[in-house]
Design a protein around this ligand. Sequence first.
Ligand code: PLI
Length: 465
Amino acid sequence: MAKKKVVVEAAWAEPFKIKVVEPIKMTTKDYRLKCVEEAGYNTFLLKSEDVYIDLLTDSGTNAMSDRQWAGMMMGDEAYAGSRNFYSLWDNVKKYYGMPYFVPTHQGRAAEHMVSQILIKKGDYVPGNMYFTTTRLHQELAGATFVDVIIDEAHNPDSEHPFKGNVDLKKLDKLVKEVGADKIPYICIAGPVNMAGGQPFSMQNLKDVQTFCKEHKIKMWFDATRACENAFFIQEREKGYADKTIPQILKEMCSFFEGLWVSAKKDLMVNIGGILATRNKKVYEKARNMVVVYEGLHTYGGLAGRDMEAMAIGMEEMVEYDNIRMRVKQVEYAGKQLEKHGVPIVRPIGGHAIFLNANKFLSHLPKEQFRAQTLASEIYIESGVRAMERGVVSAGRDPKTGDHRYPKLELVRLTFPRRVYTQAHIDVMVEAIVKVYKNRKNVKGLKMTYEPEYLRFFQARFDRLK
Ligand code: PLI
């Protein structure tokens, strides 16, 4: 049976109870003003102990289950051939359907290896919108990234149910312009983080596969939050209501030659990554590279206990109650904000609420970093930490050196899994509504320091008078 009968109808009630708690600090507005100034108005540079509700990311910030913690005690810390590696490999085969796999310390380590193995200098890599680390690794390997997502994904108000879909006309145009032999693979993420956590449909994957087969282009999958995509397919796509999350996940993966996963998301662990493929040659290269950059191919920069927590997390990520609660909690938060007229990206995504900073702070010129400003104002008001996902994250064009202004200038409020309660969400909503009501008095920022790569992590700003 696919959709388990929902016993507790209260929208998204948690399928767990709390056994361990971590106290968090309540601070004053004056204190937070000092903190954010010291952090150069960049929420990445705040000290975590000065944050009340941490919605910076859902990456590595999840609460593990008692089963996962028990699994950590079963870590086999042998340098070679750890038992935990084999239980993780079994589950990679079972849930992602890929025969070959190497563990990595994070998702970006797998991105690095995939990019180095598949890309030649001068290649083009199409993708359904960029992700920061993914695109950088493709560029560092010598490729140019080309966005082939449907136009609706760039429109925060479009209600398209599958804004993560690839636009085949854009893909065809690229093939005609550069030739299929310059395209080593298409990179498809689902849901699409930078578009607001928007899923692709299974039908779109089928259509992309038909196109790619014809042109001999490989398909690779960023499956970091694939279970959320599977949940949206079950909810929204005709023919999938009666399929289970594991069935849908496996079907999604069947279109791809390989995939990578940041285990810090779906798998609900604090560290870890996966590179998995059905191409033995790519696997052999990855297995060789991993010993250079990460560690032996049976631990890839992880402890045995981390791999055990990942293996168990993989079983929990596909549980219907878990994934439903996760997506519905985010939906609850978004609906509360919408009640107060706060502009957010529609439809509400899988892992986060994205505030539309272009609408929220429309009085500020775009050169004053609307989303960066909004994230720091929310912190000052409430101690809630969010993340900029706009021009600062998009970085500079490697050819012209100019800021890349994306159409989406967003602030992301990301929900760690199994961590915060409905009361925390209500506090967050209250704070954002307060900033929204006072928005006309908000002053912009100017950038004072910018690192070369992934500038959003370390850039510094000053508040304009
Ligand atoms: O942070 P890593 O290196 O484990 O994974 C990189 C990565 C790859 N793909 C996608 C879709 C991501 O979302 C991702 C990391 N995301 C972070 C850190 C986030 O805050 O969304």
